[in-house]
Design a protein around this ligand. Structure first.
Ligand SMILES: *Cc1c(COP(=O)(O)O)cnc(C)c1O
Ligand code: SF4
Length: 346
């Protein structure tokens, strides 16, 4: 039950989110103590955190079950010994993104849309992140460098949608978002703006009044693609944030990653879809894991993924079944592996 845990509610004076962001748990010992877990997890957590640091906002910790090392939210953030295993096929840049750079921080993989890595920072570090060892420092989206990205978008009339991604674009202050969008206002061929964000749900205080006002003032169609993997993430404080976003009229979608031990069963995924729908969000993509080094223990096979989608299709209205997709290097779009029941026609 989401109401069984009682996450902290923030009365939201302006920029309180920045304090919440800064006060995230980063010490494995503190995380284990908060959850009443034993010391046997500590040494491996410290070792794996050296490669990719632990980071989890307190509001997200409050949604975890006390004393349960298998909690599906904890598994997404706790560094484990398995991350240090070398597994064939799991590499540091699985999507070979570095080949698609149009300008510093700007990726152009697919026609009509470009993706801006607005910042490298995230409120929460997902252990399976395909950018966990990405050389972000080379492409930090400092304001000065956005100018180059904006110029590249302005020079290419085929780009009609800009995706603000990261990291998480909501790690950036409202003032800097305003500066970016006012530069983009001059790009007349840009029709839509999209935000890919996990912060909106894992750090709900981020959806403050200034951010809502920024969204409302934008001249584009706005789509917000959230990143929620498990129904327990949609706690009371996250619901408040979703309702505030909904009030702006933005289209709200969700993408999840299919993760072993987190959401690899049909009941959990169906409950996630239903709970998202209850708060105005439709499922978009269910991603098969990108094979990034350190994430092999999260992998779910294609055939399991397909079976899960088929079970969901039997249980839910079609609009609550996400498309099971994978990122294929060189492909012109996400590759759809399953989207409902398979055809029986040979
Ligand atoms: C996933 C992705 C997109 C968006 O793809 P959609 O199918 O439109 O959601 C755009 N650019 C890059 C680099 C991506 O990885
Ligand atoms: S929110 Fe996205 S970019 Fe940030 S750590 Fe998680 S998966 Fe990676």
């Amino acid at each position: 039950m989401i109401t069984a845990t009682s996450p902290t509610r923030h009365p939201i004076p302006l920029s309180s989110w920045q304090r919440d962001f800064a006060e995230a748990v980063t010490d494995p010992a503190e995380l284990l103590a908060l959850l009443g877990l034993g010391d046997e997890w500590l040494a491996p957590a410290r070792a794996a955190a050296k490669v990719f640091p632990l980071r989890v906002p307190r509001s997200f910790v409050a949604r975890m079950r006390h004393g349960d090392a298998n909690d599906p939210l904890l598994r997404q953030v706790l560094p484990l010994a398995e991350e240090l295993d070398e597994v064939t096929g799991f590499v540091t840049d699985p999507n070979r993104e570095s080949g698609f750079r149009l300008a510093p921080g700007l990726l152009r993989k697919y026609s009509s849309r470009a993706l801006l890595i607005a910042t490298e920072a995230c409120a929460l570090h997902c252990r399976y992140c395909f950018r966990r060892e990405f050389p972000y420092d080379e492409q930090q989206g400092e304001t000065g460098r956005w100018k180059e990205a904006v110029a590249a978008i302005a020079a290419d009339r085929s780009i009609t949608e800009l995706i603000l991604s990261g990291g998480d674009p909501l790690s950036v202050s409202n003032a800097r978002l305003r500066a970016l969008s006012s530069d983009l206002e001059n790009v007349t061929h840009l029709e839509s703006l999209r935000l890919h964000t996990r912060n909106a749900v894992v750090l709900p205080s981020r959806i403050d009044q200034g951010f809502i006002e920024w969204l409302r003032a934008l001249r584009w169609r706005v789509t917000i693609v959230l990143h929620v993997n498990h129904p327990n993430e949609i706690a009371a404080d996250a619901i408040d944030a979703l309702e505030r976003l909904r009030g702006t009229g933005a289209l709200l979608l969700n993408q999840s990653t299919l993760l072993r031990g987190v959401n690899d069963d049909a009941q959990t995924l169906s409950e996630l879809s239903r709970r998202l729908h209850r708060h105005g969000v439709l499922p978009y993509y269910l991603h098969l894991l990108d094979r990034v080094r350190g994430s092999a223990h999260f992998e779910v096979t294609d055939s399991t993924g397909i079976a899960l989608i088929q079970t969901m299709a039997q249980q839910l209205p079609g609009y609550l079944v996400p498309k099971l997709v994978r990122e294929v290097a060189g492909a012109e779009a996400k590759t759809v592996i399953a989207a409902g029941l398979s055809s029986q026609i040979a």
